[in-house]
Design a binder for this molecule. Structure first.
Ligand SMILES: *Cc1c(COP(=O)(O)O)cnc(C)c1O
Length: 360
């Protein structure tokens, strides 16, 4: 068996020890005689798996007691609609910060439900930066302020938590959740799909302050009503049981590695290896403002895009896959989620040096 270094933006690399444990437990979970996939979500075995996953997530993020942790479905794109349906609370509009492709999608979806005020945009920089907080034109009457904490395609990440006063801050953290400690109390709501930095696709994490729920628009589907899901321990409908189980194993893996502070250290070191090389290289470049560079997704371009295919082919031959950039921006992208070992980044940088010396 040969495992590759998988730089996919998502679904993405998972810790090998987690996959091995899941394989060991595949046919018979803890003497139950069943795979987790075969269990009733109402049975005591799965209830224990679910409760442990939630407890570990709360512990890792130090989620305050007045926040609900929901395990939902529909992905972050689903949440782009579910958030306004639940959080408008009779208000006419919400503020959005436009920093790239994913916030653009959030804005377009929210416009179907409310008046969207784009309070700041990074368009002038070609979406290579986060607009400084001082430049935001927030509306005091907004139901919430929405940000994309990490633009997975553009490689732009917030390295600060914006102060939005009494207006709740909502963050799409799909691609940087659990990559570092977060002060949850500064947010009204955090959401993210699991398939970037947590586990299999199909699970969506929502962390929401409890005073914000219970005011959903009457036409909100029950399965997407935070209040109803919270009242039913995220089991109003059948939850994505296997994805929750794997997420729980990943949470335990993170805890075993020292929690989110240790993850942040590990992620900073990995990203620094790649950015330091990019900044020294005359052949490769990353366009993002240094202060706003993502530690999770690193887009880069070759000096001559005619060499893109040769670069990808050589990477593949060396066991490094999924480095092709998103079709909207071209070039390359290396995603360095928690489960990417430092050896993967070392191998990538070594290959880039080799490629540069041959083609530069
Ligand atoms: C991947 C991603 C999404 C889309 O998630 P889905 O699970 O496909 O709905 C949204 N926002 C961000 C920041 C992402 O990285």
């Amino acid at each position: 068996m040969t495992r590759v270094f998988n730089f996919s933006a998502g679904p993405a690399v998972l810790p090998e020890t987690v996959l091995r444990q899941a394989a060991d437990e595949m046919l018979d979970w803890h003497g139950s005689g069943m795979s987790v996939m075969e269990m009733s979500h109402r049975g005591k075995e799965f209830i224990a798996i679910h409760a442990e996953a939630e407890a570990l997530l709360r512990e890792l993020l130090a989620v305050p007691a007045n926040y609900k942790v929901l395990f939902m479905q529909g992905g972050a794109i689903g949440e782009n609609a579910i958030v306004p349906m639940n959080l408008l609370r009779g208000k006419a509009g919400a503020d959005y910060i436009h920093t790239g492709e994913w916030s653009k999608k959030s804005i377009a979806e929210a416009k179907r439900y409310c008046k969207v005020n784009v309070a700041a945009s990074a368009e002038a920089s070609g979406f290579t930066s986060v607009p400084p907080r001082e430049s935001w034109k927030l509306d005091a009457e907004a139901a919430y302020v929405h940000i994309c904490a990490n633009e997975t395609i553009g490689g732009v990440e917030y390295h600060f938590t914006p102060d939005t006063g009494a207006v709740p801050l909502v963050a799409d953290m799909s691609s940087n959740i659990l990559s570092r400690p977060v002060d949850v109390a500064r947010y009204g709501l955090i959401y993210g799909g699991a398939q970037k930095n947590i586990g299999p696709a199909g699970l969506t994490i929502v962390i929401v302050r409890d005073d914000l729920i219970g005011h959903a628009h009457p036409l909100t589907p029950s399965a997407f009503d935070y209040q109803q899901q919270a009242a039913n321990d995220s089991m109003l409908n059948t939850p994505p049981t296997y994805a929750i189980y794997i997420a729980g194993l990943v949470f335990r893996w993170i805890k075993g590695r020292g929690g989110l502070a240790a993850m942040a250290e590990h992620n900073r070191a990995k990203a620094a290896l790649l950015y330091d090389y990019l900044d020294r290289s005359a052949f490769f470049r990353n366009p993002v403002a240094k202060a706003d560079r993502s530690l999770m997704n690193v887009p880069f371009k070759l000096k001559d895009e005619m060499l893109d295919d040769a670069f990808l082919k050589g990477a593949q031959a060396r066991g490094m896959v999924q480095l092709k950039g998103h079709r909207s921006v071209g070039g390359m992208r290396a995603s360095l989620y928690n489960a990417m070992p430092v050896e993967g980044v070392q191998a990538l940088v070594a290959y880039m040096k080799e490629f540069e010396s041959q083609h530069g």
